[in-house]
Design a protein around this ligand. Structure first.
Ligand code: GSH
Length: 264
């Protein structure tokens, strides 16, 4: 989301989870991470799109194609985990905002991006929660961007991650009275990688111990915590905060002391 400008906090509005807006310039192309996400079994460093298995050349999301007024071909994709900081697909616009009726939980196992078969990491999914409110970023894709984004996300989220698509209602921070239909990738309890609830301390321990092809699981946690900081103090995620606190408590045990360093 390069080139984004933090705009002045807008006034509080009833029912709005946050007050700040964070808007990438429309048309900003995402910075490609160094090298695309390798797909198991094809460890050639090709672009993710060319790695897409033939069967998913034109993935059809299981959710209805959420349409909004205006450009019928445009699609909004809601990210609330790694898509928040690394969409890695071309988009025309992005908006910070939230979805109601869902809570974010580190309840999905990950044996590729942030973990391994022996040591699965933990990444986020959405839990249906009538009182819930989850922060993230919605990306608008138009024209050819739509099929490219869906093809890429089908590999990254569905094939590699066990996520399925779901239509959600997204409330842009700067226009919560003009909600948008969006596509979200959600890991349900029925997917094989689902780990489900655990004490935040246990989740923190797992995150501290795991890494995968996309990096350490701790980076995933802290990037998400950074995003929530950007959104402003009103954007609360108690589950995320409790895990970050638990990591902070445990880190001294994981960090060598000066004495231990002197021995190396
Ligand atoms: N679907 C959620 C979560 C997506 C997510 O974090 N997926 C992981 C595991 S499949 C991923 O893509 N990781 C890439 C990374 O960790 O950089 C989102 O909208 O952000």
């Amino acid at each position: 989301m390069g080139g984004a400008q933090l705009e002045r906090p807008s006034g509080a509005r009833p029912g709005v989870c946050v007050r700040r807006s964070f808007r990438a310039h429309a048309g900003d192309q995402p910075r490609r991470p160094p090298g695309p996400i390798p797909v198991p079994g094809t460890m050639k460093q090709e672009s993710a799109a060319s790695n897409t298995p033939a069967a998913s050349q034109s993935p059809t999301p299981s959710a209805q194609f959420p349409r909004n007024d205006g450009d019928p071909q445009a699609l909004w994709i809601f990210g609330y985990g790694s898509l928040v900081w690394r969409p890695d697909f071309a988009y025309s616009d992005s908006r910070v905002g939230f979805v109601r009726g869902y809570s974010r939980r580190f309840w999905q196992g990950d044996t590729f991006h942030r973990g391994s078969d022996k040591m699965p990491g933990r990444v986020v999914t959405l839990l249906e929660d009538h009182e819930g409110c989850t922060w993230g970023v919605a990306y608008q894709v138009q024209g050819e961007q739509v099929s490219e984004a869906l093809k890429y996300l089908n590999v990254r989220e569905a094939v590699l991650g066990g996520y399925d698509t779901k239509e959600v209602t997204f409330y842009p921070q700067d226009a919560p009275d003009q909600p948008l239909k969006a596509l979200a990738y959600v890991a349900t309890p029925q997917n094989p990688g689902y780990l489900g609830p655990a004490p935040e301390e246990a989740i923190a321990t797992q995150i501290l111990a795991c890494r995968g092809f996309s990096g350490h699981n701790l980076e995933y946690l802290l990037r998400l915590a950074d995003f929530m900081q950007l959104c402003g103090p009103q954007a609360q995620d108690e589950h995320l905060a409790a895990i970050v606190d638990a990591v902070g408590t445990m880190l001294p045990c994981f960090c060598p002391t000066e004495q231990a360093l002197a021995l190396v």
